[in-house]
Design a protein around this ligand. Structure first.
Ligand code: FAD
Length: 210
């Protein structure tokens, strides 16, 4: 498959030692020196949107959802009628991706324009959370993660029993994982030249997850 990363090197040797902890399906083959499995936890804690992938009769789907990550578990929620939640609840294998954008990287060469990022991809299976108190606690922690300082009963009405019954919550236990980062300047053929053709620069994108 053609790369979407212009500065990825097809000839880069694999470096299996850099990926201890990643199962075979999570092994990074391109730019293995950028594999940072030990940062998966940090990236999942910093992210806010999970791209949730699963297959239905051979057709892949990827659906964005907010999430809560704690202790090797990703919590997701949605309407019971949601196809995504129905699939996850049934135990279908799931692949989840989270990206933190760190910068836009402009090169003197067309093919070496790139992006700085931290990203994690994990694999696992979901189990439904059915206990109302467990669901309530998950929502409280999800709200604190995204809206720190908001207090139940003051800033918003606490979830009622009917609310909790009307929402599906699943916990995806992470089985395999890996993370990858790119940082720094453009790496095109002419980017090391002070007075090369065109221009080169990096636009930092600190965002809210820096
Ligand atoms: C940042 C973000 C956070 C979200 N958080 C949640 C959440 O926590 N819980 C939740 O239930 N929903 C969330 N959503 C909405 C979610 O992406 C789905 O639209 C919704 O959950 C319906 O899922 P479904 O499985 O029923 O999709 P279906 O209705 O079965 O999807 C059918 C088709 O519609 C299209 N589609 C579905 N969703 C989207 C989308 N978001 N954008 C573009 N096309 C789409 C796709 O082609 C998909 O194959 C979020 C969306 C975004 C962008």
């Amino acid at each position: 498959m053609a790369s979407t990363q212009p500065d990825e090197d097809d000839t880069a040797p694999t470096n299996e030692e850099a990926q201890v902890g990643a199962g075979p399906r999570a092994r990074i083959r391109r730019h293995p020196e950028r594999a940072v499995p030990e940062r998966t936890d940090e990236i999942l804690r910093a992210g806010r949107v999970a791209h949730v992938g699963f297959a239905v009769e051979g057709q892949p789907f990827v659906i964005p959802l907010m999430y809560l990550y704690e202790d090797c578990i990703i919590y997701l929620h949605g309407a019971p009628a949601s196809r995504t939640l129905q699939q996850l609840r049934s135990g279908t294998p799931v692949c989840i991706e989270v990206t933190l954008m760190d910068g836009l990287v402009a090169s003197r060469d067309a093919k070496s324009h790139s992006m700085n990022y931290r990203s994690a991809i994990v694999f696992g299976t979901a189990t439904p959370i059915t206990g109302l108190e467990e669901k309530r606690a998950m929502f409280e922690r999800l709200i604190q993660r995204n809206f720190p300082g908001r207090t139940a009963g003051i800033d918003y009405l606490p979830a009622r029993e009917g609310d909790l019954r009307a929402v599906e919550v699943v916990a995806v236990k992470i089985e395999d994982y890996n993370a990858k980062t790119r940082s720094g300047p453009p790496l095109g053929t002419h980017d090391a030249e002070e007075d090369g053709p065109g221009s080169r620069f990096v636009v930092p994108l600190p965002g809210i997850d820096a």
